[in-house]
Design a protein around this ligand. Structure first.
Ligand code: AMP
Ligand code: ZN
Length: 476
């Protein structure tokens, strides 16, 4: 491939390494998908802004791509270790709804979130529940050498594979989440391949298996779907940093058991750091967490959230705050206004060469997806007077392809999102502003001030002399 050398940070070796595709004609990426017992919170969505950036950069740099994001609709327990209840069953019991309807509802909502964030759909969204026979076959293939049966199900013996837990760097039993309540396990880190339904209890989702009626373990589903769609050894496996501790070490153990080799399954293991809130860790299982809809209801455009994510490199922790989101919105408005002005002046003439900006964009994102360094390159390109408006609009295609901010399409009007609690509509605002202009023309400042106050009471800030040329905005 041409362009800047492509380097990605691999969590398994804890090192930045040159990316070399296993098969240059088909780069294969697997991203752990959402557990669909509730809406995604904005932290979860950061994980998919990251995978979308990765997939966009791969595509832009010329690699044909197969990207899988699975949907976890069974198996994920309330603790990542083997404790607790299945999150899906618990949600169904709480709400009294059919578990399949819950899974469908939240899967659709997740896909809508991705669409709103301009995240490209992957090649496939396989559902865990469609792969239970393949999971049973995988379990049968490894059971004899690597598993043991307890009353509660079939367990993976982590001492049967070399260097278990290397990804987490915590072979000792003190590691996060290792305290384990399942009676009879040989080692605390051992995990369920198959969980038998407890006697006398019927689950909404359960299947027959050689180890009794029950449901598959969560870790098994990703090993099975990755293998089915991408093969035994593929290029990149992604997830949030929490998956580095338990879920991915367990996938790796299963993969080694299945292939009878020391291959982890993926050439690169990549993990995005967390989006954090000062009030504590974001949690879908806690009430009142922040979703994309929460942001929209407050009058923020989803792409402002995307920009907020891109302002941080994916391996840095990022703080969610309304101030940060408002700052990202202002930055996005400024960029969109610049692009609109260029469009107004575009006469098709070519003047200069934007290749240096393309190279700078490439250098930034090829360095472990350093999007914060790509954004000033965009600003500089848009402001470069040595380029004609047309040159700049053409060069913008590359930035849209990589950053996914949809700048060729987005307008300032799109960015004016009406908060859910707004009490006044746009036509009424424009009418009041016209009245106010008349009042000022008549030098009736008392009336002009009254109109401004009325608008303020309705949550509208009048912006006289705004450098970005906005007449009004919704008060944040
Ligand atoms: P889940 O739906 O809980 O299975 O999580 C979906 C994805 O979001 C996983 O890759 C998690 O590692 C990731 N994730 C969870 N919380 C956060 C967070 N606060 N910030 C970034 N990623 C997260
Ligand atoms: Zn997974």
């Amino acid at each position: 491939m041409t362009g800047a050398p492509f380097v990605l940070h691999d969590s398994y070796t804890r090192a930045a390494r040159a990316f070399e595709p296993i098969d240059p004609a088909n780069v294969r990426v697997y991203s752990c998908g959402p557990t669909v017992y509730n809406y995604a919170h904005v932290g979860n969505l950061r994980a998919y802004v990251f995978t979308d950036t990765l997939s966009r950069v791969l595509t832009w740099k010329g690699y044909p791509l197969t990207h899988i994001i699975n949907i976890t609709d069974v198996g994920h327990l309330t603790s990542d270790a083997d404790a607790g209840d299945d999150k899906m069953e618990a949600a169904a019991r709480r709400s009294g709804q059919d578990i399949w309807a819950i899974a469908k509802h939240y899967t659709d909502a997740f896909k809508q979130n991705l669409n709103d964030l301009n995240i490209r759909p992957p090649s496939r969204f396989p559902l865990a529940t469609d792969h239970v026979p393949a999971m049973i076959a995988f379990g049968e293939a490894i059971a004899e050498k690597h598993c043991y049966l307890l009353d509660s199900g079939l367990y993976f013996d982590t001492s049967t594979v070399p260097d278990y837990g290397r990804l987490a760097r915590s072979r000792d039993d003190e590691g996060e989440g290792r305290i384990d309540p399942v009676a009879g396990k040989r080692h605390p880190q051992d995990f369920a391949i198959w969980r038998r339904s407890p006697p006398g209890e019927q689950r909404q989702m359960e299947w027959d298996s050689p180890w009794g009626k029950g449901a598959p373990g969560w870790h098994l589903e990703c090993s099975v779907m990755a293998r089915q769609y991408l093969g035994d050894a593929f290029d990149i496996h992604t997830g949030g940093i929490d998956h580095r501790e338990i879920h991915h070490p367990n996938e790796i153990a299963q993969n080694m058991a299945r292939c009878g080799c020391e291959g982890t399954g993926a050439n690169f293991w990549m993990h995005n750091n967390f989006l954090v809130e000062r009030t504590g860790k974001m949690s879908k299982s806690g009430g009142g967490f922040t979703t994309l809809q929460t942001l929209v209801d407050r009058g923020f455009h989803p792409l402002a959230y995307r920009l907020m994510c891109l302002q941080a490199q994916y391996r840095s922790e990022l703080e969610f705050s309304w101030e940060n989101l408002a700052a990202a919105t202002t930055r996005l408005k400024r960029i969109v206004q610049t692009v609109e002005a260029l469009r107004a002046r575009d006469d098709g003439a070519r003047k200069g060469d934007a290749a240096a900006y393309r190279a700078a964009l490439d250098a930034a994102v090829s360095d472990d997806l350093a999007t914060p360094r790509a954004l000033p390159v965009l600003d500089a390109m848009l402001a470069d007077k040595k380029l004609s408006p047309h040159d700049r609009l053409v060069a913008l295609d590359d930035f849209d392809a990589v950053l996914g901010l949809n700048l060729q399409v987005l307008t300032r009007a799109d960015l004016r999102v009406r908060p859910a609690n707004a009490v006044i509509d746009e036509a009424a605002i424009e009418a009041r502003l016209a009245e106010r202009r008349d009042a000022r023309a008549d030098k009736d400042f008392a009336r002009s001030d009254r109109l401004r106050d009325e608008l303020a009471a309705a949550g509208i800030e009048v912006m006289d002399g705004d450098p970005l040329g906005w007449d009004w905005r919704l008060q944040p």
